[in-house]
Design a protein around this ligand. Structure first.
Ligand code: IPM
Ligand code: MG
Length: 357
């Protein structure tokens, strides 16, 4: 089994090396090959997603991804910015189904910005469509200078667009996920159908696909209301399915209200089983290189990779149990620290997970 390892920028390299350490400790036959991506690749090759990195990913069974981005690249032309690497990987590998669980660990519920009783035991799954929508519709704007400067330009726009098969396949993914989770068996589809044609189309197609899943309840919700319900009563949700743009926004909101942003993994899958696995948080340039970052979201992403792409469910269970164990023992990185716990850095946290394994 071959894994493409792409640490990226900021805290990416630190957290990914802890996840690699955990994977090696499992004694599976994993071949891991590293490549540059994001700002790191731009520095070395002049492009955030060099052809060698892309072809490595295409030849792998799974991609383990750290994070990309740094404010120092903000003035680069859009196609050279670090973010283009992750967008390019999603598009080229057709990773259309993005799983972003928002789980509140009981021991961390006081770290939420909401009252503990609103989030304790929270376990929702956001399924975000990842290769369509306004992210990939035709953009247009008149740049004043070739390096991306719009000062004085007359207008700019992006196009929100979905094709029927794109909505159908993500709707199937959501209904199937709700079936497997076996919780409240409820899918909430989020859109803005009171304003946008794309959203009305989305809603109609989701309704059609729902006919195949009589055991699953379906509700539709406008995105503004969904943003509000997420902070009012997040536990009412089970599976949320939504488009690329709304999913970007709502998944950040859901992640932070768990109090565990440093703990949340994510998976982006295509229909061949290939997946890209990355923490839900970003590259955090402010703490990069200081050994402060929480590696657990990346370690848990590696567990998702074992389960979804490498058919190693048992190994995935072991990693997840080891993470729970180190949390129970009171080990905490800065982001989840509270009084009475032991504050540890990135590497000692990874070491503790390995020791438990
Ligand atoms: C995410 C990120 C990306 C996105 C950026 C880095 C392009 O915010 O994965 O949520 O907008 O999809
Ligand atoms: Mg985002």
């Amino acid at each position: 089994m071959k894994i493409a390892v792409l640490p990226g920028d900021g805290i990416g390299p630190e957290i990914v090396s802890e996840a690699v350490k955990v994977l090696r400790a499992l004694d599976l036959r994993l071949e891991m090959e590293h490549a540059l991506v994001g700002g790191a690749a731009y520095e070395a090759y002049g492009h955030p997603l060099p052809p060698a990195t892309l072809s490595l990913c295409k030849s792998a069974d799974a991609v383990l991804f750290g994070a990309v981005g740094d404010p120092k690249y903000d003035r680069l032309a859009r196609e050279l910015r670090p973010e283009q690497a992750i967008l390019g990987l999603r598009k080229h590998l057709q990773l259309f189904a993005n799983f972003r669980p928002a789980i509140c660990y009981e021991l961390l519920s006081h770290a939420s910005s909401l009252r503990p009783e609103l989030v304790a035991g929270l376990d929702i799954l956001i399924i975000r469509e990842l290769t369509g929508d306004i992210y990939f519709g035709q953009p247009r704007g008149r740049r004043v200078s070739p390096d991306g400067d719009f000062a004085g330009a007359p207008e700019a726009f992006d196009t929100m667009r979905y094709a029927r098969p794109e909505i159908e396949r993500i709707a199937h993914v959501a209904f199937q996920a709700a079936t497997k989770r076996g919780q409240r068996k409820c899918v909430t589809s989020v859109d803005k159908a009171n304003v946008l044609e794309t959203s009305q189309f989305w809603r109609d197609v989701v309704n059609e696909v729902h006919a195949f899943y009589p055991d699953i309840a379906l509700e539709h919700m406008y995105v503004d209301n969904a943003a509000m319900q997420l902070v009012r009563a997040p536990k009412k949700f089970d599976v949320i399915v939504t488009g690329n743009m709304f999913g970007d926004i709502l998944s950040d909101e859901a992640a932070i209200l768990t109090g565990s942003i440093g703990m949340l993994p994510s998976a982006s899958l295509n229909d061949t089983g290939l997946g890209l696995y990355e923490p839900s948080h970003g590259s955090a340039p402010d703490i990069a290189g200081k050994g402060l970052a929480n590696p657990l979201a990346t370690i848990l992403s590696a567990a998702m990779m074992l389960r979804f792409s490498l058919d190693q469910a048992q190994a995935a269970d072991r990693v997840e149990a080891a993470v729970k164990a180190v949390i129970s023992r009171g080990l905490r990185t800065d982001d989840i620290y509270s009084e009475g716990c032991s504050r540890v850095g990135t590497q000692p946290m990874g070491d503790a997970v390995v020791a438990h394994l």
